[in-house]
Ligand binder design. Structure first.
Ligand code: SF4
Length: 266
């Protein structure tokens, strides 16, 4: 079996503990307005044209998003970086897109990584059949779980899907006792108003257990904007500014009221 991967980050320090290799898998059932990996949404390989200028001349460079790898290929990539992961307490993270969109391959890849002794994490939006989540659970040591909004209508309007399945799967994970880090993308105009924040905070307080290790507040950033041009997608966030450092510190303070450890960034 092979899986479609659109990016590999070999020295990630934002996707779980230590230095990690992050595999970004193609396909996502959501279409968040702020997505900074828009090339990960389609489940198919894509090719983008990128214009590069050298002196007076312009060249068109092809950029490919989506290559097939077997679980063995991924372990080989990890083996080359093993020393960094071992020394830092790191491991491998599967992200996307939504890694559970390719659930069968994900289970096979996670199992192969565990068998080779790597710490495994899955970064998920939670929108997947519960059976798929259960299938990868035995091979996953840490879930990075996105919770974007508690109001179902606002969630639907901004991501294209209801949050009912996401919140239900979150309950399933919490009950499993697996380690979880909740990730909240802080998106101005979507979830940074007081009512949205209150709902998020109350929800997290109501779910608090020992396996909920941390809440990461991920400030919206504009680094993905050039990809919208490159992959010919409409950017709906032109007018939106990134939250400043002071605002993020305010939010950190606010969410500290949950009694759960809070981090700005991943
Ligand atoms: S869930 Fe993540 S990958 Fe999917 S569209 Fe939203 S931001 Fe992008």
């Amino acid at each position: 079996m092979k899986g479609l991967i659109f990016n590999i980050n070999r020295y990630s320090v934002h996707d779980g503990p230590g230095i990690r290799v992050t595999f970004f898998m193609k396909g996502c059932p959501l279409s968040c307005r702020w997505c900074h990996n828009p090339e990960g949404i389609s489940p198919d390989p894509e090719i983008a044209d990128q214009t590069e200028r050298v002196g007076e001349k312009e060249f068109i460079k092809k950029e490919e998003a989506g290559k097939l790898y077997s679980a063995g290929d991924l372990v080989e990539i990890l083996d080359r970086e093993r020393i960094f992961m071992d020394k830092s307490g790191g491991g491998v993270t599967f992200s996307g897109g939504e890694p559970l969109f390719q659930a069968d391959f994900l289970a096979e890849a996670l199992s192969a990584c565990r068998n080779s002794g790597y710490h495994t994490a899955v970064d998920t939006c939670g929108y997947t059949e519960t059976s798929k989540l259960l299938a990868v659970m035995p091979f996953t040591e840490l879930f990075l779980y996105d919770i974007k909004h508690i109001d179902d209508n606002i969630h639907y309007l901004n991501t294209g899907v209801s949050n009912a399945l996401i919140l239900n799967n979150f309950n399933v994970l919490m009950e499993s006792g697996k380690d979880i880090i909740v990730r909240i993308p802080v998106i101005p105009g979507f979830n940074d108003d007081q009512s949205s924040l209150d709902q998020l905070r109350s929800f997290l307080i109501s779910k608090k257990r020992n396996n909920l290790k941390r809440i990461d507040l991920l400030p919206y950033h504009k680094t993905g904007i050039s990809k919208y041009r490159k992959f010919r997608r409409e950017n709906k966030m032109d007018e939106v500014e990134q939250p400043g450092k002071e605002r993020m510190l305010e939010l950190k303070d606010y969410f500290s009221g949950t009694g759960i450890k809070i981090k700005i960034g991943g």
